[in-house]
Design a protein around this ligand. Structure first.
Ligand code: EPU
Length: 435
């Protein structure tokens, strides 16, 4: 079988990477901002949009739905003026969980929307009950036939509602924030997700005249109304805090001096604090993080720490896999508690094949003993975030690794091999024939 792969020569613990690595726009901020096109009378502009596969899929979805999409490397213009279709195309939606964000603004604009159960990474069950319950609260009916959900608002207009999210959900908060803007009356959303991507979307909508109170808190109050006028200023995608966190971990393990530029360290304290305590020499600036004189003392190991993933501002589940790679290289035993997704420790079996000492106790819990020498192996990236964690592990390891399933990595990270090469990593993209 032929598979596109990354071939990586490990540094065997040497901290030889150096230079500057710039953080791109956040995938999980760009995707909802793109979906918001349905809330506007005319064309909106988005900047600093990462050139990644998930953005391309969202782009294709919008085009299929009749949105006029123009792209000029990292800048997008989206105009939903002539969009009429209300069915999300099955193929793409099933592959990308984030497609569900479209349902809120589409239902609000057209009074109906149908969509398949959304797919995405294999990190857990990923139900959509919170969405379906919320639509009903806003006066819509939900019918399911042959795995397609058809949602229809009474008289084609959503009604404001009081919704308490039983779990803080990032995409559900974004979906109902957008749906409520075109509903009749004042909606109150409680137990909202606090992730910076939610705040960034809300601030953009406010810049277009939306009336949203409580931004940055767990209660959002939204005044419904008509389609919004596009704002003069574009939406500027915030830096990807997960990408920044991955570069930080990579730098801690493999770099002597590294500047992680164009990031917002204040959104990443849940990782920065434990890394500092572990002994990683970090200097935090407003928009960058410097790793300085790392690895000066031969064979000195960082101290391990425990991880418990949590909704923002807690430790992000999307950084759990890269952080576990860090722990395999730190000294001591640490516990890992993945509280958000039940399939998000599966990748650890591949780290064990590389030589890591990791025990998994149940679907949510494990422990890591470090420091262990990792050896290069053939690996298959299982999801976006574990995929990049494997690249970090491969670079820290001794010997050559081949990581296939690069599509998952390309879904979330732009031209990763080019950017890593620029700081000294030996990584190349190759088409490999597997027996
Ligand atoms: N949940 C339900 N019912 C629902 C929706 C969610 O039970 O209807 C549960 C989930 O199963 C999970 C918890 O709620 O246990 C929280 O999940 P959430 O809904 O917040 O996840 P999401 O919105 O689907 C976003 C990111 C994920 C990130 C999570 C958690 C986007 C597009 N995706 O997903 O990012 O892991 O929040 O922070 O914003 C990634 O980028 O690789 C990725 C998976």
């Amino acid at each position: 079988m032929i598979k596109e792969s990354f071939v990586i020569e490990g540094l065997a613990g040497k901290k030889s990477l150096k230079g500057e690595i710039r953080v791109g726009g956040a995938k999980n901020a760009a995707l909802p901002a793109m979906a918001s096109a349905f809330l506007f009378k005319g064309e909106i502009k988005l900047e600093n949009v990462p050139d990644i596969e998930d953005v391309k899929r969202m782009f294709e979805l919008l085009e299929e739905l009749g949105v006029l999409v123009r792209k000029n490397p990292k800048n997008l213009s989206l105009d939903a003026k002539n969009a009429k279709k209300t069915e999300l195309p099955k193929e793409i939606s099933k592959k990308m969980r984030a497609s569900i964000i479209l349902t809120g603004p589409m239902l609000a604009r057209f009074g109906q929307v149908s969509f398949p159960h959304p797919g995405g990474c294999l990190i857990g069950e990923r139900p959509i009950d919170i969405f379906l319950e919320g639509f009903k609260k806003m006066g819509a009916t939900v019918k399911e036939t042959d795995s397609i959900y058809k949602v229809e608002a009474k008289n084609k207009k959503l009604k404001a509602a009081e919704i308490f999210f039983k779990i803080q959900s990032v995409t559900a908060t974004e979906t109902f924030l957008m749906a409520a803007l075109l509903a009749e009356g004042k909606t109150v959303l409680r137990n909202c997700a606090l992730e910076p991507e939610v705040t960034s979307l809300a601030e953009f909508l406010v810049s277009a005249g939306a009336r949203i109170d409580g931004i940055g808190t767990s209660t959002l109050t939204i005044e419904g109304g008509e389609l919004l006028n596009p704002p003069h200023a574009p939406y500027v995608t915030i830096p990807d805090r997960i990408e920044a966190g991955c570069f930080l971990i990579l730098g801690a393990l493999c770099a002597s001096d590294l500047e992680i530029s164009n990031c917002h360290p204040k959104n990443l304290l849940a990782l920065i604090e434990p890394l500092k305590n572990a002994g990683v020499p970090l200097e935090i600036k407003e928009n960058s993080i410097l790793i300085k004189n790392n690895g000066k003392i031969q064979n000195e190991k960082f101290k391990s720490f425990n991880i418990k993933t949590h909704e923002y501002p807690g430790f992000p589940t999307d950084l759990q896999a890269p952080a576990v790679v860090f722990l395999t290289q730190a000294s001591g035993e640490s516990s890992v508690f993945e509280t958000i997704f039940e399939g998000r420790l599966n990748y650890t079996s591949d780290l064990v094949k590389m030589g890591a000492d990791i025990k998994i106790w149940d679907a949510h819990r494990g422990s890591v003993k470090g420091a262990t020498l990792l050896k290069g192996k053939e690996l298959e990236g299982p999801d976006i975030r574990a995929g990049l964690a494997f690249i970090i592990a491969a670079l820290a390891a001794r010997g050559r690794s081949v990581i296939s399933n690069v599509y998952f990595i390309d879904r979330g990270y732009e031209k990763i091999e080019k950017r890593l090469k620029a700081i000294g990593a030996k990584i190349k993209r190759a088409t490999i024939i597997f027996p």
